[in-house]
Design a protein around this ligand. Structure first.
Ligand code: ADP
Ligand code: MG
Length: 311
């Protein structure tokens, strides 16, 4: 059958299937009741899932269907990155709004392009349409990187805290176009023993707090060291919030926060990795307080900012 008229779910699935290339990891791909994949020699598989909803995670405009598709895979790859895992495959379940076939194909094209960039197979999913907004859930699988999966719970007193990239103002566009830090996480875990790591979706302060709670430690974050995105500075000109407040609380930066021993911290400082941009932003403490240190050295409690889904 060549080029069937693309009217229904099955025609769209066929179109998706035609766009997958042969992949030795996919033993049975799109077309049966389930997929069979070979995740490699490790007997551990890292699995993550994330649901995105129009109205919360993106609006059209400024999002396009392409960027919505891209983001829905990118957030999952960001979670795999935070575990230090190598992405293998992703499963896409989608409730498509009835906005025409081209709209749906553009949505999938955003997924395909990012999947190709990160060598992710797309061996299955579920396709639905309804009179509601776009809802998409992706489940991504990966294999552990060079070390065991990196958790939130391994931070130790004295560890140096680092962050990749910049923070704040992601609403101006970064939240739709970011590159998940998969390569950075792998490079870091090849060079140093990463004790704990998380990706920043809820906000720098809120997500570092997750590491502290899981590790039963506290932290002092050096406010002037926090790398602030230009769009956070621009927003702060008109909305009365400081650039620092944006950086701590905005969220959807999809950068990594990670903790390493002081020895490894010094190595990262003195022999910077060529392809990874990272900044030393603070220190893990035995005392369980979460503190912000200002320019003058004064300490104050970290503001309780960040994104939470309210019930
Ligand atoms: P079933 O009714 O048995 O659940 P479906 O008709 O939903 O099967 O799906 C048929 C095949 O198409 C399955 O292999 C499924 O994984 C695949 N598939 C469906 N939707 C997608 C999608 N959005 N992306 C990738 N594969 C998909
Ligand atoms: Mg079935």
């Amino acid at each position: 059958m060549n080029n069937p008229p693309l009217r229904d779910e099955f025609a769209l699935i066929e179109w998706i299937k035609q766009r997958q290339s042969a992949d030795p990891r996919v033993l049975l791909g799109i077309g049966d009741d389930a997929a069979v994949i070979d995740v490699g020699s490790s007997c551990h598989t890292v699995v993550t899932t994330d649901m995105l909803m129009e109205g919360t995670d993106f609006m059209f405009p400024p999002a396009t269907p392409y960027l919505a598709g891209r983001k829905s895979l990118a957030v999952n790859l960001s979670d795999l990155a935070a575990m230090g895992a190598i992405p293998v495959a992703a499963f896409i379940s989608v409730s498509l709004p009835r906005r025409g076939l081209k709209w749906s194909q553009e949505f999938f094209q955003g997924i395909f392009d990012l999947a190709r960039e990160f060598d992710v197979a797309l061996p299955g999913g579920d396709t639905n349409s309804w009179d509601g907004p776009l809802v998409v859930n992706i489940t991504a699988l990966g294999t552990p990187g060079p070390r065991v999966p990196i958790t939130r719970s391994g931070a130790q007193p004295g560890d140096w805290i680092f962050a990749t990239g910049e923070f704040g103002g992601s609403i101006a566009g970064h939240h739709l176009t970011f590159t998940p830090r998969v390569r950075e996480a792998l490079q870091l875990s090849q060079h140093v023993d990463v004790h704990a790591m998380i990706d920043v979706s809820d906000g720098l302060a809120a997500d570092l707090r997750h590491i502290l709670e899981a590790s039963h430690v506290g932290a002092i974050v050096d406010a002037p060291s926090i790398p602030i995105r230009e769009s956070a500075r621009e927003l702060s000109l008109t909305d009365g919030k400081s650039p620092l407040e944006h950086a701590l609380g905005d969220g959807e930066d999809f950068e990594l926060i990670f903790c390493v021993s002081p020895q490894d911290g010094m190595r990262l400082r003195d022999q910077p990795l060529a392809d990874v941009r990272y900044t030393h932003i603070g220190m893990i403490t035995e005392a369980k307080d979460f503190l912000l240190k200002d320019e003058g050295g004064g300490l104050s409690p970290m503001p309780d900012v960040g994104w939470v889904h309210r019930m």
